[in-house]
Design a protein around this ligand. Structure first.
Ligand code: NAI
Length: 348
């Protein structure tokens, strides 16, 4: 991940992009699960993004209300809410002509739960939403936030394959929050601006499958002492979500920082779609990198283009510690992917 990536993935730069540049191309974005803890702030951030021209908010509850509220913000995106039986039409109407579909629908973790504990509930929600997306907007870029991302993304892929419309370049598991956390935590230790510290995070999106490549973080990497300090930092990046789950004490998991990260990733896709070159972000996609070890999906730095994934970058030079982290991540990732694929085969 090079200097370009550092610029495009840096939170502060991305944030300023959310408030500045002018659109030259239409972008219709649909948020499914728009009334939830992530969905509401994510929808607000998307409404604030000048690249979004049409914003469709769908949820099984409250979406027209959330849309009415957000629609009063004086930015260009035309905002409409859709509920399953509402007069505006349901999910199909929300997805008609969508360029980007973001899915934060599902249930979040409570203290003591792993992301995998959410599997059954969220797997069916994501499968059903994906079925309609495959029918109504098969060419949209699909961004999966619902956990466990390691499994829900392969589930969407299978649904799209079955519908005969799967394009691996357009399906993304959103892992931007891991990159965001890594930047925040490492810059705090290094005493640098977060925008100057970019840590590629590869692998997947849960526990040991989250592999921060601190050795590739430039000068900031040198501020971390090997041994205990390094291990603590890696653990904090891998299990940062647990900090939030615990602090919220039963009321949910990360929502605001996740909304921010989701908006950053959607903004990157839209910039790439309108022709900006060198847009690079980490994301969990179908990938050749560790396919021979069974990890058919893998997060790594990706250059985005008009059609979605333009180039998947390899993990590059890693330290001995990072090699060990990768060794622990791959078998777990493989298991999570197989679980998703097996589940959707049994529950089509
Ligand atoms: P939440 O419970 O606050 O919101 C979920 C929303 O989805 C609710 O408004 C609910 O009505 C809606 N919903 C449920 N079934 C639906 C369906 N069939 N169609 C449309 N909407 C539906 O949960 P929160 O906190 O917003 O989290 C959402 C998901 O995001 C969870 O699975 C959570 O684990 C995941 N997450 C992912 C992160 C990531 O980095 N990828 C980070 C944090 C959370």
């Amino acid at each position: 991940i090079g200097r370009t990536a550092l610029r495009t993935a840096a939170p502060l730069r991305s944030a300023s992009r959310l408030f500045s540049s002018s659109a030259s191309q239409n972008s219709a974005v649909a948020v499914l699960g728009a009334s939830g803890g992530i969905g509401q702030p994510l929808s607000l951030l998307l409404k604030n993004d000048p690249l979004v021209t049409s914003l469709r908010l769908f949820d099984v509850r409250l979406a027209p209300g959330v849309a009415a509220d957000i629609s009063h913000v004086n930015t260009p995106a035309i905002t409409t809410g859709y509920s399953p039986d509402g007069p505006e039409g349901g999910l199909e109407k929300a997805l008609e002509g969508a360029d980007i579909i973001v899915i934060p629908a599902g249930v979040p973790r409570k203290p003591g739960m792993t992301r995998d504990d959410l599997f059954n509930t969220n797997a069916s929600i994501v499968r059903d939403l994906a079925k309609t997306a495959a029918k109504v907007a098969p060419k949209a870029h699909l961004l999966v936030i619902s956990n466990p991302v390691n499994s829900t993304v392969p589930i969407v892929a299978e649904v799209f394959k079955k519908a005969g419309v799967y394009d691996p370049k357009r399906l993304f598991g959103v892992t931007t929050l891991d990159v965001t956390r890594a930047s925040t935590f490492l810059s705090g230790i290094a005493g640098l601006k977060p925008s100057d510290v970019v840590v590629p995070v590869v692998g997947g999106h849960s526990g040991v499958t989250i592999v921060p490549l601190l050795s590739q973080a430039g000068p900031a990497a040198k501020s971390v002492q090997p041994g205990e300090q390094y291990e603590k930092l890696v653990h904090r990046i891998q299990f940062g979500g647990d900090e939030v789950v615990k602090a919220k004490d039963g009321a949910g998991s990360a929502t605001l920082s996740m909304a921010y990260a989701g908006a950053v990733f959607a903004n990157a896709l839209m910039r790439a779609a309108k022709g900006e070159s060198g847009v690079k972000e980490c994301s969990y996609v179908e990938s050749p990198l560790y396919k021979d070890q069974g990890a058919t999906f893998f997060a790594s730095p990706i250059t985005l283009g008009a059609e979605g994934v333009k180039e998947i970058h390899p993990v590059g030079n890693v330290s001995a510690e990072e090699e060990k982290l990768l060794e622990a991540a791959i078998p777990e990732l493989k298991k999570n992917i197989e679980k998703g694929v097996a589940w959707v085969a049994e529950n089509p």
